[in-house]
Design a protein around this ligand. Structure first.
Ligand SMILES: [Zn+2]
Ligand SMILES: [Zn+2]
Length: 319
């Protein structure tokens, strides 16, 4: 059903007749008609109310008291107390040079809780992305988080570095890492700690041993040590363990000593003394093999002999 001009006017007249002291705003709201139309229709008659309620000193004081004491009161509330319309109250207050505090806006606690929950859920989220999700600006998100004191829980500087996978403080000593030291911000170790760490890492990659030949301590890379042990194992497989396995030594010289290489078995160590000559001749008569003769000479005369040496002596006719 269309709300005609005539019916609006009729409603206005009815409300006005029942409440002759009401202001235009209140009548308009009650009759569900626009304020401008209400003023137009009731123009001559509403002005009379100024004479009905003259603005005395007492009434001015009453308005000032109401505005000052309870700033949360709405114009509607003050209107009920004083009998002035809201429209007139605004004019009076403006004329008196005082400002009416607005009643506090109802806080949207649900929105606040949602924003805080989103921030807790993922601290690395940007204000803009939260704002976009809940439908407010990033500045408003920042204000709400600040109200909750979360700027200290999630300090902006730290969050920004975390977002790019960088550290603001040393992970070991917690010292501030200067922003210019980009590589240290990346690794999370300050200048000091990264130096110490480098030494530690180097030491961790090495193994400390004592040489069996010279009995001096030495260190080598773990990878090199394991590589040598592996090569020894392969060698032992190849020779079917006929020789004893030697430990890793500090140098080639020591390794040779352990494996009894390079020990002189020729001229210097073995002179064909008459005693040795007699011993070998007796053994040869019993048809003992050359390798057994070598063993026998080694044990009896505490000297080192090789198979080739004896073969050479036989060839030379010395035996
Ligand atoms: Zn540090
Ligand atoms: Zn050694």
């Amino acid at each position: 059903m269309k709300d005609s001009h005539k019916s609006k006017r009729e409603r206005l007249e009815t409300v006005f007749r029942l409440n002759p002291t009401w202001g235009a705003t209140r009548i308009a709201r009650s009759a569900n008609v626009s304020l401008s139309m209400t003023r137009r229709v009731l123009k001559g008659r509403l002005t009379d109310r100024r004479e009905v309620l003259p603005l005395t000193q007492d009434r001015i004081q009453q308005i000032i008291d109401l505005v000052a004491v309870t700033p949360a009161l709405t114009f509607e509330d003050i209107s009920k107390e004083t009998g002035y319309s809201a429209f007139r109250l605004r004019k009076i207050i403006a004329k008196l040079g005082i400002t009416k505090a607005r009643p506090p806006r109802p806080r949207n606690m649900e929105l606040r809780e949602r924003i805080v929950a989103l921030k807790h859920e993922n601290p690395l989220r940007t204000l803009a992305s939260i704002g976009h999700e809940v439908g407010i600006t990033r500045e408003r998100v920042r204000q709400i988080l600040n109200e909750q004191g979360l700027q200290y829980v999630y300090p902006a500087k730290k969050i920004v570095s975390q977002r790019s996978g960088r550290h603001t403080n040393c992970v070991i000593c917690n010292v501030d890492i200067p922003s210019l030291e980009a590589s240290h911000r990346k690794t999370g170790y300050c200048r000091n700690c990264s130096d110490l760490k480098r030494v530690e890492d180097y030491n961790n990659r090495r193994i400390n041993l004592i040489c069996k030949a010279c009995e001096k301590p030495f260190s080598m890379l773990k990878s090199a040590y394991h590589w040598r042990v592996e090569r020894k194992r392969k060698y032992m497989e190849r020779v079917n363990r006929v020789v004893e396995e030697t430990p890793v030594a500090c140098s080639y010289t020591c390794a040779a000593t352990l494996r009894e290489f390079g020990v002189r078995v020729g001229k210097a160590n073995t002179k064909l003394t008459p005693e040795i000559r007699q011993h070998i001749i007796e053994l040869r008569k019993q048809e003992i093999s050359i390798s057994d003769i070598v063993k026998s000479v080694s044990t009896n005369f505490k000297t080192r002999l090789g198979n080739t040496t004896i073969s050479k002596w036989i060839k030379d006719g010395r035996l």
